[in-house]
Design a protein around this ligand. Sequence first.
Ligand SMILES: NC(=O)c1ccc[n+]([C@@H]2O[C@H](COP(=O)([O-])OP(=O)(O)OC[C@H]3O[C@@H](n4cnc5c(N)ncnc54)[C@H](O)[C@@H]3O)[C@@H](O)[C@H]2O)c1
Length: 275
Amino acid sequence: MTAPTTVTVTGAAGQIGYALLFRIASGAMLGDNPVRLRLLEIPQAVGAAEGTAMELADAAFPLLDSVDVFDDADAAFEGAEVALLVGARPRTAGMERSDLLAANAGIFGPQGRAINDHAADGIRVLVVGNPANTNALIAAAHAPDVPAERFTAMTRLDHNRGLAQLAAKLDVGVGRLRRMTVWGNHSTTQVPDPSHVLLDGEPVGFDAAWLAEHFVPTVANRGAAIIAARGASSAASAASAAIDHVRDWVLGTPEGTGSRWRCRAVANTPCPRGS
Ligand SMILES: NC(=O)c1ccc[n+]([C@@H]2O[C@H](COP(=O)([O-])OP(=O)(O)OC[C@H]3O[C@@H](n4cnc5c(N)ncnc54)[C@H](O)[C@@H]3O)[C@@H](O)[C@H]2O)c1
């Protein structure tokens, strides 16, 4: 039998955590591979995380090897091969950006150190908690023994939002589109870019005015639109994007989905046809 992969998830009792953990346990993230879940929460939320662990057990996932709950980062990251850093300090009313960064540095600095000292050698880290890019940088800076490219910040939700808008505009299924790009930060200043998008493998053009006036602002402001409609921030779609990000990173991108960059720039090998 294949040895289980150890996956650590922080913020496990939060709304993204609740949507994420069941999909990891089902095999949606790592395929037909058993998983060992290690959940990290703050002490006040450990009880809620234990409730989620009970539900995970009750779901009887054949691929779920074990679930353990911790309030100590060193223990939670022990042997981790994949880490999803979801828990973060949200910005509250009256909070300056500098206060937000300081509060998150107090979370992601120690977690980076714990990853450095306790995770498996091949650890892959996805930072979801906002401000995701800055938090990833902080975590990486505290893990000098882990190659920096092992720390990533999530833009996949913006990517998926872009694909959904394009598919609706073209009136096609999202699965027929490839090579969506998002430049910049996970924030309203991002630049979603469909200029390399292929429909069924063929280039497709979009009206410049539609892109500037509808597409870019819709994708960049989608988070706020979800909050306005739902009364809570994106959770299931964020969890789904995290699953997509890690699955493609660990198992490889589907054919025709941007492997050209990877095979040229990273592996320095010729790209397979159709990539
Ligand atoms: N990158 C993206 O595309 C994206 C999309 C949506 C949300 N987010 C961000 O993801 C984060 C989580 O969102 P949510 O809706 O699940 O929030 P939430 O408030 O429902 O849950 C956050 C959880 O993190 C926990 N937590 C706080 N500090 C922690 C610490 N030091 N260690 C472990 N756990 C800790 C909290 O107890 C809570 O259970 C937020 O920062 C949110 O802004 C990012």
